[in-house]
Write a new protein. Structure first.
Length: 153
């Protein structure tokens, strides 16, 4: 092989290597971009936000069509949810079972439901029954409707 042919071959290899390097650099930029978005998302409490294509700074978002109003289920109070759970049960329920059932009907927190269970038991709206293997259970009182609360003045 003469020198000119060797030079052409080396130039061709050099060009191939440059193209591969360029391709790898583009892939690295994409990876950096994704990592940057992930770091931003973690900084916002882990909520990833995806950018919408075609939207630039300073431009307003296109108007969205009006959403149709969905009918929400009517939520009941914690007290009503507990009374429904207990009165609908065939046998006495443990506090955890009442909480699970009541959480489906109302927005109350576990602590407020527990508190309301003990309040209803003290008022006589539900009965507290001791079970040898399961601890204290609750069942509907003999009179289903408890006396209304009266505010003291």
């Amino acid at each position: 092989m003469d020198t000119k042919q060797l030079m052409r071959k080396l130039e061709a290899e050099k060009q191939e290597i440059k193209e591969k390097i360029e391709e790898l650099m583009q892939r690295a930029e994409k990876v950096d971009s994704v990592l940057h978005e992930i770091r931003k998302a973690v900084g916002r409490g882990g909520k990833a936000v995806r950018k919408k294509p075609g939207r630039k700074k300073g431009k307003k978002a296109p108007a969205r069509p009006a959403k149709t109003a969905k009918k929400k289920k009517k939520k009941v109070t914690v007290r009503q949810a507990i009374l429904r759970a207990v009165s609908g049960a065939a046998e006495p329920l443990a506090p955890a079972e009442i909480i699970k059932s009541a959480m489906k009907l109302c927005d109350g927190a576990v602590a407020s439901i527990r508190s309301q269970i003990s309040t209803l038991a003290k008022e006589g709206a539900i009965e507290k029954v001791e079970h040898p293997g399961r601890g204290f259970l609750y069942k509907a009182a003999a009179s289903e409707k408890p006396a209304p609360k009266k505010a003291e003045k």
